[in-house]
Design a protein around this ligand. Structure first.
Ligand code: AMP
Length: 416
């Protein structure tokens, strides 16, 4: 990786302000899944072992949309982390007001700031309001951007070094993820961030071949840029899930009431043409599990084309076989998006069948990367996560990476 990491700098006696992804699910004050907290422990422990001290910051939930609740406070995480580490974690109730606590820190101390998104300028999201003129909107947006800089400056003032270990928000240019780097000399990646960039980056830029990408999920329109970018990199592109039906319709197949984005049919045709001209194998379902309604108890049939009144909710057994063969022969596999409505048992076999094939890649000496979102949920549900080379922690961020975009939280870090 060409970005500096914690390993590249001297941490002794230094205060490190670290952006972590502690956006954990909380219900009635209880953390339901601590994967993200545990994921940050290697970076946290390393800073402390090297004689540094830590100011941790993160967002949790969507307080900007859903309001501040007792389940979005970082106090819950501070207490949890304190138990995990067996040492005090000082909680600061306003991320922009931590001067006293930070001044009192000694080597080995940890301070955890309150949810950064309690300040709207963290994200500086700005939409034109009804009745607001263009001029007024522009002025309001500019003022919010100024406030964002002020918050970033404040956060930067707490530390000697900024460390970003929050890959999940690296695609956002927020005060605590990217803007902060303008106000501090040293900005480095944490170990979780390093791992994400190494896996996703090398898969896309220098894949060991054959390189197979699997895309699924509901919508083509969400994955337009990913399909377009990956076609220039992969040997085989596999499409499943709801998005497959727009491609099948573009080929003149019957798709019944399956998901279809009419306005993407031309795009689907263009992508299949592009695959042909680049010599990329483009695999679509050859059979489907069709249902008479969108329901766990629906009647089902296995069909090559979807009859009128029915909808395709999973790939069929022949398709699973076809996809598994392509996947097992790969040396690099990237997967984003389920092959069907795997949340319903009747339509989960395609996703889990693909999951099993992907799990064999690592055992055969290849690299398997689960690129965030619902495919991560499916892999976790299958119990096969330990058999994958890398399960990404960032849904949106990993998708943008696969689109070939530069992530603000990554580019803003110091080069080696
Ligand atoms: P996405 O967020 O775009 O990755 O889509 C994930 C969602 O797509 C999951 O909730 C799946 O249930 C849904 N999905 C997958 N296949 C289909 C399908 N054939 N028809 C409708 N929804 C689907």
């Amino acid at each position: 990786m060409n970005k500096k990491t914690l390993r590249d700098i001297d941490l002794k006696g230094k205060k490190v302000i670290m952006r972590v992804d502690f956006n954990v699910p909380v219900k009635e004050g209880v953390i339901k899944d601590d994967t993200r907290i545990k994921g940050a422990l290697p970076s946290i422990k390393y800073v402390l072992e090297q004689g540094g001290s830590l100011i941790l910051m993160s967002h949790m939930g969507r307080p900007d949309e859903k309001g501040i609740t007792s389940d979005t406070t970082m106090k819950i995480v501070a207490d949890y982390l304190s138990k995990l580490l067996g040492k005090p974690v000082v909680f600061v109730a306003d991320c922009a007001n931590a001067d006293a606590e930070v001044a009192a820190m000694k080597a080995g101390d940890i301070v955890m700031l309150e949810n950064t998104r309690y300040h709207k300028e963290e994200q500086a999201k700005c939409k034109q309001k009804e009745g607001e003129s263009d001029e007024e909107f522009k002025a309001r947006k500019a003022a919010l951007k100024e406030q964002q800089k002020e918050l970033a400056k404040k956060l930067a003032s707490y530390g000697d070094i900024f460390c970003n270990d929050a890959f999940g928000t690296a695609h956002r240019a927020h005060a605590s993820t990217a803007v902060i780097t303008k106000y501090i000399d040293t900005s480095v990646a944490g170990f979780l961030m390093e791992k994400e960039i190494e896996y996703l980056g090398s898969a896309v830029e220098n894949p060991v071949r054959p390189f197979v990408a699997i895309l699924g999920g509901a919508k083509v329109s969400d994955k337009l840029a990913v399909v377009n970018n990956l076609l220039t990199k992969v040997d085989t592109l596999i499409i499943g899930g709801g998005m497959a039906y727009t491609f099948l319709k573009a080929l003149g197949k019957k798709i019944g009431n399956s998901l279809c984005e009419e306005d993407q049919i031309q795009y689907a045709k263009d992508m299949m043409e592009k695959a042909k001209s680049l010599g990329v194998k483009f695999l679509l379902p050859v059979d489907n599990i069709a249902a008479d309604k969108f329901d766990p108890e629906a009647n089902t049939q296995i069909v090559t084309e979807i009859p009128d009144g029915w909808m395709g909710l999973d790939i069929g057994p022949k398709t699973v076989e076809l996809y598994a063969d392509a996947i097992k022969s790969a040396k690099t596999v990237v997967w984003n998006g389920p092959m069907g409505c795997f949340e319903m048992e009747k339509f989960s076999k395609g996703t889990f069948g693909v999951c099993e094939a992907v799990a064999e890649v690592k055992a055969n000496g290849g690299i398997s990367i689960i690129g965030g979102g619902d495919s991560v949920a499916a892999v976790n549900k299958s119990g096969l996560a330990p058999k994958m080379s890398h399960v990404s922690t960032g849904g949106g961020a990993s998708l943008e990476f696969l689109e070939g975009k530069e992530l603000p939280g990554v580019v803003s870090l110091n080069d080696k």
